[in-house]
Design a protein around this ligand. Structure first.
Ligand code: AMP
Length: 436
């Protein structure tokens, strides 16, 4: 009698199978295949940071919300709309960091780092969170590399140095056709005058509702507005360069001279203001041709330390969006041919060889020799196929007979020639063959 299959009604089937989870909107898994390229980019970041004498710093992913409200500014997109916040069981209000400059300054002040030789040159690489509308190049979790030069004088050399380090990093990872847009947004002395001129100008123009609301609180932000009503109005806005005080003018001139000296091309953009409150004097953004998404953005932030309740501390820095970099350079031939370091492949046949196989892997590790394995239940031929696919030059075949005799077969994967050697000699023999 044929077995009677009991059909589960469709409705019940649906009820039994829960929907598969997806990663949160705008947040992505970085799968193993992605790390080949990403690791290369990270490696260059580390090399550049070390060359220019930046030391690594890591701050917590969560910080007090107030750090960003005070540091980044209340009337900014980040604080108004984009922070992921939570309340702890103890009642603290924390935020997933939407940027890492304020945390770095918090750390500098908290640890009394002004007592160390100044300036402190710091770099970081880590995740940042912003509740933005996800789209290409704009995510809710992304990775920033940052260079910060904190303390010492408000020396234009440091502004130039953070641009140089970033530019060289982008060059090294093969970003092509870069433009550095640069501007000075003045200081406490000259900016109020420019704000007045800007307000006067915008009051006479037709602007979007958001801009009308922020005109009194933060008029510089109107220059950042992408709304189609406001974008053309910006063209006729007064240039801040005409309002700079003599100290800011001299500072900016020197920054540009340093860039000229090392051959970094730039273009002046008098309407570049950046969305964060802490900037003064130099601000810059780096783009690649044909994209209006900045790859890197930064500037001087001499007032941040005081805004956070600390002593006056000149500082300058930059943040680079690693996902945008990776997407820009992905197609470059330099990243196409990844060369694997060939590894020996350990094949085992039968359950009894598993334990000894595991011990053999440890022997290879002690000698710092990479080894691949498939300690599963695959057949000999399936494992050999895998070894060939991984381009292993040598396969070690460990069968029941070999385990019993304390030996192992060494197979030359190129010509198929096999030789049995004592287990105690295998590491030595493989080393000799790989050297030959
Ligand atoms: P900001 O902190 O806004 O100055 O941004 C610094 C850099 O981070 C930018 O130049 C971008 O490269 C990158 N970035 C900013 N926002 C995002 C985002 N939502 N998704 C991916 N990268 C971003």
């Amino acid at each position: 009698m044929p077995a009677i299959k009991k059909e589960i009604p469709k409705k019940d089937k649906e009820a039994v199978k829960p929907e598969l989870f997806q990663s949160p909107k705008g947040m992505h898994d970085i799968l193993p295949a992605e790390w080949i390229l990403r690791d290369k980019v990270y490696k260059v970041a580390k090399e550049i940071a070390e060359f220019y004498n930046f030391s690594k710093i890591e701050t917590p992913i969560l910080e007090n919300v107030e750090l960003f409200v005070r540091g980044v500014g209340e009337v900014t997109d980040i604080v108004e709309k984009e922070m992921f916040t939570l309340r702890t069981k103890g009642g603290d209000k924390l935020a997933l960091r939407p940027e890492i400059t304020a945390p770095v300054m918090r750390s500098y002040l908290q640890h009394g780092s002004h007592k160390l030789p100044q300036p402190l040159k710091l770099y970081y690489l880590g995740p940042v969170f912003r509740h933005e509308k996800p789209q290409a190049g704009r995510y809710r979790q992304f990775t920033q590399l940052g260079f910060e030069i904190v303390g010492g004088e408000s020396d234009p050399l440091y502004d130039a140095q953070s641009i140089i380090a970033t530019y060289r990093f982008l060059e090294e990872v093969k970003v092509k056709n870069m433009t550095v847009q640069i501007n000075s947004i003045g200081c406490r002395v000259c900016r109020p005058n420019y704000r007045r001129r800007l307000v006067e100008y915008y009051k006479k123009q037709k602007i979007c509702k958001d801009c009308a609301n922020r005109l009194d609180k933060n008029p510089l932000r109107l220059l950042d507005c992408k709304n189609e009503i406001c974008a053309p109005v910006k063209i006729g806005a007064p240039s801040i360069l005409d309002s700079l005080c003599s100290a800011c003018k001299a500072h900016f001139k020197e920054v540009l001279e340093f860039l000229d000296e090392v051959g970094i091309p730039y273009s002046l953009n008098p309407h570049l203001v950046r969305g964060l409150d802490y900037y003064n004097r130099t601000v810059f953004e780096i783009f690649t041709e044909g994209s209006d998404l900045a790859l890197a953005s930064g500037g001087r932030y001499d007032y941040l330390a005081e805004m956070l309740g600390g002593r006056a501390t000149p500082a300058t820095g930059v943040a680079v969006g690693m996902e945008r970099i990776i997407e820009t350079v992905r197609a470059d031939t330099a990243y196409q041919n990844h060369r694997f370091r060939p590894k020996v492949f350990l094949i085992h046949v039968g359950e009894v060889t598993k334990k000894k196989g595991l011990a053999l892997i440890e022997e290879f590790r002690r000698e710092n020799m990479p080894i691949l394995e498939a300690l599963g239940k695959d057949s000999l031929s399936a494992q050999l196929e895998r070894a060939a696919k991984m381009k292993s030059p040598i396969a070690l075949i460990f069968g029941q007979k070999e385990a019993y005799e304390e030996s192992i077969i060494i197979r030359d994967m190129e010509n198929g020639v096999q030789e049995s050697v004592p287990l105690s000699k295998v590491v030595e023999e493989v080393k000799r063959r790989l050297k030959a």
